[in-house]
Write a protein that binds this ligand. Structure first.
Ligand SMILES: Nc1ncnc2c1ncn2[C@@H]1O[C@H](COP(=O)(O)OP(=O)(O)OP(=O)(O)O)[C@@H](O)[C@H]1O
Length: 267
């Protein structure tokens, strides 16, 4: 169980999301055929935007706010909008409507390759990431040592990343992504998967990072993680908030709905 930080937290860290909407244009195939196909699907998630493009509404009218100590779990079926919401919080996706305001440094563990240049060495990638995060040369050296110790890449640290095995890239990416301690931590469940030996080692590091962050937002299908890490849950359904509250309030309703959907699907 991860507890909220017990020491007094500096003022000012917070997340405000108000009336957020994100859409993606669909460019595939001829517009008329696509429109006909989508009309047949009778989904309210597809519409035409002001430029007459067909778009999918990934998120609609999402509003919530988080304060220090809040640990938010995002749950929902496939395509519900969890990843899109994390990416909008990280500033990767621009809202088409509404606003996202984040106060405090963010670290987004969304993809271990994020920002990694395969032509550069592991060490050079560490330096670049540190500079990007606005860290001092001294802090970057500390991170270099930390990553070197955790990722156990030996002399590969000074070789171009393209020469690494896929496991080595994951170790470097994970070590680097988790070495920068943020106030607001955004995490996709991708980070909770991995080979068993690596994950045993990674688990402690991840839990430490989560414990030290003031605000956590995690998207996952692993409800046990939500139960043990989160103080709040948002259940997303077709891009909208279906329910929000404590894990005790939301998870039973979510599970009951999933069971009903599975029974209906089997019938
Ligand atoms: N780059 C994109 N282009 C077009 N549509 C997209 C894009 N990314 C997401 N979508 C659509 O937006 C909706 C929300 O997708 P999202 O990936 O956020 O769902 P999710 O809840 O993370 O799903 P999963 O649990 O399957 O990962 C889906 O309908 C998806 O098809």
């Amino acid at each position: 169980m991860i507890a909220a930080p017990s020491c007094p937290v500096p003022n000012g860290t917070g997340v405000e999301v108000s009336d957020l909407s994100v859409t993606f244009p669909l460019y595939h195939g001829s517009a008329r055929t696509l429109r006909r196909t989508l009309a047949k699907m009778r989904s309210t998630r597809f519409e035409q935007d002001q430029q007459q493009r067909m778009v999918v509404q990934a998120l609609r009218s999402i509003s919530f706010s988080l304060k220090p100590g809040d640990r938010l779990g995002l749950v929902g079926g496939n395509g519900a909008g969890k990843t899109t919401l994390l990416r909008a919080l990280a500033g990767i996706y621009e809202p088409v409507g509404g606003r996202v305001t984040i106060r405090g440094e963010i670290n987004a563990l969304l993809d271990t390759n994020l920002g990694m240049n395969l032509e550069l060495t592991g060490r050079e990638n560490i330096g670049l990431r540190g500079l990007h995060a606005g860290l001092s040369p001294r802090r970057i050296r500390d991170i270099e040592e930390d990553v070197q110790g955790f990722a156990e890449l030996g002399s590969f640290l000074d070789m171009p990343v393209r020469t690494y095995s896929s496991g080595m890239v994951i170790r470097l990416g994970f070590a680097l992504a988790t070495s920068i301690r943020p106030r607001v931590l955004l995490m996709d469940e991708w980070f909770l998967a991995g080979d068993a030996i690596f994950m045993n080692k990674a688990q402690d590091r991840l839990e430490n990072l989560v414990r030290q962050a003031e605000i956590l937002v995690i998207s996952t299908h692993l409800l046990k993680v939500v139960e043990s890490w989160c103080t709040r849950v948002i259940w997303l359904d077709h891009g909208m908030i279906r329910m929000q509250g404590t894990p005790e309030e939301v998870l039973p309703a979510y599970l009951a709905d999933e069971a009903t959907t599975a029974t209906e699907g089997a019938a």
